[in-house]
Ligand binder design. Sequence first.
Ligand code: SAM
Ligand code: SF4
Length: 444
Amino acid sequence: MGRGLCPQRIPRTFHVKSFGCQMNVYDGERMAELLTAQGMTATAERDGADLVVLNTCHIREKATEKVYSDIGRLRRDDGSVPLIAVAGCVAQAEGEEIMARAPSVKVVVGPQAYHRLPEMVADAAAGKRGTETVMPAEAKFAALPKRRRSGPSAFLTVQEGCDKFCTYCVVPYTRGAEISRPFSDLVEEAKLLVAGGAREITLLGQNVNAWSGQDDKGRAIGLDGLIRTLAAEPDLARIRYTTSHPNDMSEGLIAAHGEIAKLMPFLHLPVQAGNDRVLKAMNRSHTVESYLKIIDRVRAARPDIALSGDFIVGFPGETEAEFQDTLDLVGQVRHAQAFSFKYSPRPGTPAATMPGQIAPEVMDERLKRLQEALVRDATAFNRASVGQRCDVLVERRGRHPGQWLGKSPWLQSVHFTGDVAIGDLVQVDLVEAGPNSLAGRLVD
Ligand code: SAM
Ligand code: SF4
């Protein structure tokens, strides 16, 4: 743990802004807990905060550029700047460049080293800029304060890093090798989250279904074993997990979807492309057929499961016919929701220097066609839910007076009115559907 902070010299207020994936959201929460434990107070807005932490994402180009423009925007009208710390994957990948390009940044800290943030902030306040990008994640988790408060839906990182080395992806370089956090630490953190107000926990990892560990009797278990243990927590109502890799989708985990009532009927299983040559060039180590077989088995275990995925269009060398194969796969799976991206060359990854880089206008056009198909399927999935009665976990107030927002078991956003409170699990009849949300009526 870092040494205590001197109140005369260090910032008194801070704001953490997280970009990118849910793992970054989790890391941002843990950084805020660290800074709070040092006596600092979080501000809702970054204007006026003494310390601003930009918790960055490096997965695509635009995200990196956004960080630099954000650094620029932190300059106040009088020319002063807060103490700026850059954390996350851009910090890991481009720490030196950030220090050289942005003198207003005083701290650069990678995703596996942020337990050192308070110490580095203290050094920066004393005039010493610092960069920390060491990799093993184990030390970080051991050094973080215990969790105290939680919203109704909480994230819990169980696995970090990736050994898969897809040829387009920076994650193995920015987050390091795959590690699984120990079972007992996770059970303890889950209990604390539940005691702090969580009714739903989403287990997180770059390849969350690669999690492995030993239970309290020393038996080797996988993610399904961890889910089974957490499901026994009486006040925990819902469990989710994300993101999964097709190759780590074990029989036990598939079966768990049919056996554990608290495991929600939702699976985010990225496929990236619907053509085997492209998948091989991506080093995905699964085929279209093996992916579709998994989907069939998951649907057999849990027929109402909502499927989600990630897609990349315009991978180097992708032909129009190969892109059509992706549209065909989408037509077969009928995802309930999905994320789709234009391929973004990432420095240092093998795909960045592959021949056959696709022109931006071709990528734009393919992305448009893919997204039309995905919106069609998401809308159809939501429309098919109309008429169903389901539990909704109330997460926050809506924009309109008396309106509440929550999630269905299938991770659909549901809005409704009624006499409820945040954290309630209420029964709602789904009455109207759009591509992104549903209207519900509270059951009396
Ligand atoms: N581990 C997960 C998997 O293998 O499916 C995905 C984790 S990654 C952080 C999230 C998504 O970002 C990927 O599924 C992929 O669709 C997308 N992505 C990663 N690198 C990309 C790149 N260079 N260009 C465009 N999209 C990318
Ligand atoms: Fe990136 Fe592939 Fe690892 Fe997912 S499996 S994090 S896409 S390298």
